[in-house]
Design a protein around this ligand. Structure first.
Ligand SMILES: C[S@@+](CC[C@H](N)C(=O)[O-])C[C@H]1O[C@@H](n2cnc3c(N)ncnc32)[C@H](O)[C@@H]1O
Length: 454
C-alpha cells in the first residue's frame, strides 16, 4: 500500500517552487493556488522523485473512504471538505493539468481517487480524460501547421519571460523562495518529466503486426515479439458477445466478423446456423492457418457447405480494403462483430461511424471487443466515455453490460495465462462491451443495445 503522507509525497528535497504548488493543492487552498496557475505548465508540475502532481496531491490528501454494506463511511475524509477538493481539481484541469500523469507508484490521479474510493474526484478525472482524448482525436484530423521558426522562438522567449515573471511573483509572495533558480520549473512540455503517462492506444503498429510471424500454441496466438494477439481465456467474453448479438433469435441470421484470430467467436457464430457468415482477416499467417491446419475447420469445406454461393466466406485482406467492396455488393447484416489487433482507436471509430450504419440491417446489432485501455481502470472508463460519444454521433443506440471476468490465472504478469506473453493487456476484473444498433430502426424497443456480462 503506498505511503500517502505529505512527508512521503512532497519530500524536503522538493524544489520550493514545485512544493509550493503541491502544498497549496494538497491543502485545497484554492485562493492562493489560483494565481500560481496562470503560467502554462504550472498545473502539471511534478515532484522530481515521487512524481506527485498537484492533482495527485489534491486527491491524495482527502484520504480513503471505506465501503461497508453499500454505505460509504469517511475515515480521514471526515475532516476534509470534498467540495473544496473538487474545486481545486476542477481548477487544475481548467489550467491544463494532465489527467494521466503517473507518479512513482505508477498511479494516475484517477487511480489514486479510485483506490481511496473518492468517487466524485474519480469522475472529475474521467471527465477530464474524456475531454482530452476527444480533443486529441479532433487534432489528429488536422494537418500540422508549418510554424515560422522565428515566430516560434519569439513565443518561446515570451513563455520563458512569463515563467520567470511568475517565478518572481511566487518568490515575492514567499520570501523563502527568493533564491530558487529557473531549474525548479518543470513545464508541461518538459521532455524530462519524471514519469511517463500510460499509453491508451495500442503499442504495436498495424503495419508491423501484419508483417510479423505468428505462432498458435497452448490456447494462444502470439506474434514474434510475444504480444498476445488472442488468448483462450477470452472465450467467455466471446460467448457473452455472441449471446448479446444473437441469443433468442431464430437461426438464419446474416453475420459479419472482422478478425478471425483463433476462430473462437466464428465457431460460436457457426453454431447459430447463419444464412450468411462473412469473415474478414488480414494476416497472411492466420489465413495460412485457416487453409492448412487440421485444427481449423473454416477452410474450403466450410465455404462449400454454404446454403448459397458465397454465403460462407473468409475475405483475405485488411477490412479497410475489403469492407467497401461488401458495401458495393449491397451486403446487409443482422450482427456485426469487430475485434482486430494492433490498430488504434481511430480505426475502430472509422469502422463504426463510416461502415456499421450502412452495413447493419434494421434491427441489427453491432458489438466489438472493448479492450481499449484495459490495463488501467481509469483509462478504460475514459475510453468507454469517448466511444459512447462517438457511437451516439454515429446514430447508434447504446447499452452497456458489465461482465465479470474470471481473473483466476490472470492475476500476475508473466504467470498463469500470461506465461510467454509480453504484456498483461487485461487487468480489470470486469469489462463493458458495447452492442448498438442503427438509428434507422423504427421499433425502439427492439433496437436497444444490450449489455454483456461475464
Ligand atoms: C484478437 S484477434 C480476433 C480474435 C477472434 N475474435 C476470436 O474469437 O478468435 C484479431 C484478429 O484481427 C486480425 N486483424 C488485424 N488487423 C486487421 C485488419 N486491419 N483487417 C482484418 N483483420 C485484421 C488479426 O490478424 C487477428 O487475426
Amino acid at each position: 500500500m503506498p505511503d500517502d503522507t505529505i512527508e512521503a509525497r512532497i519530500p524536503a528535497s522538493c524544489p520550493v517552487t514545485i512544493s509550493e504548488i503541491l502544498c497549496r493543492a494538497w491543502h485545497h487552498d484554492l485562493a492562493s493556488l489560483k494565481p500560481l496557475l496562470s503560467v502554462p505548465g504550472r498545473a502539471s508540475v511534478q515532484e522530481p522523485t515521487t512524481g506527485e502532481t498537484p492533482l495527485h496531491a489534491a486527491i491524495r490528501s482527502c484520504g480513503a473512504r471505506t465501503q461497508k454494506n453499500n454505505e460509504v463511511s469517511a475515515k480521514k475524509s471526515d475532516s476534509v471538505n470534498i467540495e473544496a477538493a473538487k474545486a481545486v481539481v476542477h481548477e487544475l484541469f481548467l489550467s491544463g493539468a494532465i489527467w494521466n500523469d503517473v507518479d512513482s507508484n505508477n498511479e494516475t490521479p484517477g487511480c489514486v481517487a479510485a483506490r481511496l474510493v473518492q468517487d466524485d474526484l474519480y469522475n472529475e478525472c474521467v471527465g477530464a480524460g474524456m475531454r482530452a482524448e476527444l480533443l486529441f482525436g479532433l487534432l489528429d484530423g488536422y494537418e500540422a501547421l508549418d510554424s515560422d521558426v522565428e515566430e516560434e522562438d519569439d513565443d518561446d522567449d515570451n513563455d520563458e519571460d512569463n515563467v520567470n515573471n511568475s517565478e518572481d511573483a511566487a518568490a515575492n509572495e514567499n520570501p523563502e523562495h527568493q533564491d530558487d533558480g529557473p531549474e525548479d520549473t518543470i513545464l508541461e512540455s518538459d521532455p524530462d518529466r519524471a514519469f511517463l503517462s500510460p499509453q491508451t492506444e495500442s503499442t504495436v503498429t498495424s503495419a508491423a503486426y501484419l508483417r510479423a510471424n505468428l505462432t498458435y500454441t497452448d490456447g494462444k496466438l502470439v506474434d514474434d515479439q510475444n504480444n498476445g494477439v488472442m488468448m483462450a481465456w477470452e472465450t467467455s467474453i466471446m460467448r457473452s458477445s455472441v449471446d448479446a448479438l444473437l441469443l433468442g433469435l431464430p437461426a438464419g441470421k446474416r453475420i459479419l466478423n472482422i478478425g478471425f484470430g483463433m476462430g473462437i467467436i466464428d465457431g460460436m457464430f457457426r453454431e447459430t446456423k447463419p444464412s450468411r457468415h462473412h469473415i474478414v482477416e488480414a494476416h497472411p499467417e492466420v489465413l495460412k492457418h485457416v487453409e492448412t491446419s487440421p485444427d481449423c475447420t473454416f477452410g474450403k469445406d466450410w465455404e462449400a457447405s454454404a446454403p448459397s454461393e458465397g454465403a460462407y466466406k473468409i475475405y483475405a485482406g485488411k477490412w479497410q480494403e475489403v469492407v467497401p467492396g461488401l458495401l458495393e455488393q449491397g451486403e446487409l447484416y443482422d450482427a456485426i462483430y469487430f475485434d482486430t489487433f494492433g490498430e488504434d482507436y481511430s480505426q475502430l471509430r472509422m469502422f463504426f461511424t463510416e461502415y456499421v450504419p450502412a452495413l447493419l440491417d434494421e434491427g441489427g446489432i453491432f458489438g466489438f471487443f472493448n479492450g481499449l485501455g484495459a490495463d488501467r481502470k481509469v483509462c478504460y472508463d475514459v475510453y468507454t466515455k469517448v466511444v459512447e460519444m462517438h457511437l451516439t454521433d454515429a446514430g447508434l443506440d447504446i447499452e452497456w453490460n458489465e461482465l465479470d471476468v474470471d481473473m483466476k490465472g490472470l492475476e500476475k504478469e508473466g504467470r498463469g495465462e500470461w506465461s510467454g506473453v509480453k504484456r498483461r493487456y487485461w487487468t480489470l476484473d470486469s469489462r463493458y462491451s458495447f452492442i448498438g444498433s442503427t438509428s434507422s430502426i423504427t421499433d425502439k424497443e427492439q433496437n436497444t443495445g444490450y449489455l454483456l456480462s461475464h
